[in-house]
Design a protein around this ligand. Structure first.
Ligand SMILES: *Cc1c(COP(=O)(O)O)cnc(C)c1O
Ligand SMILES: [Zn+2]
Length: 421
């Protein structure tokens, strides 16, 4: 396991905590899977499904050999993350126009988002290096996740959140886990710049997605999907794109599975952004090789409200490797898709629903054929943004196609009976 610069190829030891090369490029973790025995590993991963209350009961550490093989077991900080459900629903089949569609609910993670898959690895690595102080900039989910793991590790967390356009539920969760929260008058992108400049002087271990260990942990999402589907993946996997760490990890994980011979064909990846914050989609659609940051991004799907995604180069690599595509969707489409996912009993926060909204468009544009199969990754829990629920179901907007209003009523038998189907 070593760190390699994605720009100049320089190699570094993974025992140092650095996330930028001297040339400024981001670092990537590269494993040597040369002597790995795929059949042995498959067997081991299946056996570990029976583990309880050991690090290997985690849906991330189950795959330790492919993620962070050298980390000593006693440094692992885990809440048995991963192990999330894979669902299908007739409602979603009808809504997307696709018969073979399933949803992977990373929303069922302990802190309520897929950030846990990566954070358990970042905090464990920081603990191994002896750090006591952890940091991140966040629209709320990264901070909730970091706050939770830092507390479990008896360490401190210092997090930066924009003082507007984020969900109060996530800030409250971060506060409640005991983090020191700085509410900043700036964007997520400003917070990242601050940390890039000062975190090392402040002695802070950075847990944003520029930290390559987080990406390694997030690879487990696609390992778990593959394992649950008996190593036979659907034709398409759809992810939302904000900072683009999830998309990057998905592509990396697929590449591992393919290289090791666990899967025989590479699914195609579709990255969905919101119209109001889609710098990556614009770059790909305009066939450019440089990302132009958006200075004032805005989408109601606040987890994707990012104008300058740090991992865009890594994500571009994934698009090439998986014959992938990008698409952007309107906020109203996201919120309607969310209402359908919620109503189907699965539930998610707005950003996650961009996947189903994107899939619906891709099927209607015939980019995805009706005979193909697709899987959407749901990134965050329904209760992560209760304001969004309030606005949709109780608000004045006439864009809420699937509104489910309250029935104010007296407790009279005849009135109630009229509602019963
Ligand atoms: C972080 C997050 C995203 C965006 O993921 P990136 O890795 O930043 O692209 C999407 N949805 C939810 C719920 C998130 O927390
Ligand atoms: Zn370099």
């Amino acid at each position: 396991m070593k760190l390699v610069c994605i720009d100049c190829g320089q190699e570094m030891s993974s025992n140092d905590f650095i996330y930028h090369c001297t040339c400024g490029g981001l670092l990537d973790i590269v494993h040597d899977f040369h002597n790995y025995d795929a059949d042995f590993l498959k067997h081991l991963f299946n056996e570990r499904l029976a583990e309880r209350m050991t690090p290997y009961a985690s849906g991330v550490w189950r795959y330790k050999e492919l993620i962070c093989p050298e980390l000593p077991e006693d440094c692992i900080v885990t809440k048995y993350e991963g192990n999330t459900g894979l669902y299908s629903s007739e409602l979603i089949q009808r809504y997307t126009g696709l018969n073979q569609v399933s949803l992977k609910a990373q929303s069922e993670n302990p802190s309520g988002s897929f950030k846990d898959n990566g954070m358990t690895v970042a905090v464990s690595h920081g603990k191994y290096l002896g750090y006591k102080n952890f940091t991140c900039t966040s629209t709320g989910n990264t901070s909730s996740s970091l706050a939770m793991y830092a507390s479990i590790a008896h360490a401190n967390s210092y997090v930066f959140v924009p003082n507007k356009d984020i969900s109060i539920n996530k800030v409250l969760q971060t506060i409640a886990y005991g983090s020191h929260v700085f509410s900043i008058s700036g964007t997520y992108d400003d917070g990242i710049q601050f940390l890039e400049k000062y975190s090392s002087d402040l002695g802070l271990y950075v847990c944003n997605s520029i930290n390559p260990f987080r990406i390694e942990g997030q690879k487990s999402i696609v390992y778990e999907i593959a394992q649950y589907l008996n190593w036979d993946l659907p034709d398409w996997i759809i992810v939302p794109g904000g900072a683009l760490s999830n998309a990057t990890a998905l592509g990396k994980g697929l590449h591992d599975l393919f290289t090791l011979g666990f899967i025989e064909k590479m699914p195609r990846v579709a990255i969905v952004q919101a119209d109001g914050a889609c710098p990556f989609h614009k770059m790909i659609a305009q066939e450019k090789n440089e990302l132009t940051p958006e200075l004032r991004p805005y989408t109601r799907a606040s987890a994707m409200n990012i104008g300058n995604p740090p991992s865009w180069k890594k994500a571009m690599h994934i698009i090439r490797q998986t014959n992938g595509i990008t698409i952007s969707v309107k906020d109203d489409e996201i919120l309607d898709a969310k209402a359908i996912i919620d109503k189907s009993g699965i539930g998610c926060e707005p950003a996650s629903a961009a996947t189903v909204a994107g899939l619906r468009n891709l099927v209607s544009q015939r980019v995805i054929d009706k005979e193909e199969s697709a899987l959407c990754i749901l990134t965050g829990n329904m209760l992560k943004d209760t304001d969004a629920l309030n606005e949709y179901h109780f608000g004045e907007s006439n864009h809420s196609t699937f509104k489910n209003a309250l029935h104010p009523t007296s407790l009279a038998y005849d009135t109630i009976k009229k509602y019963i189907l």
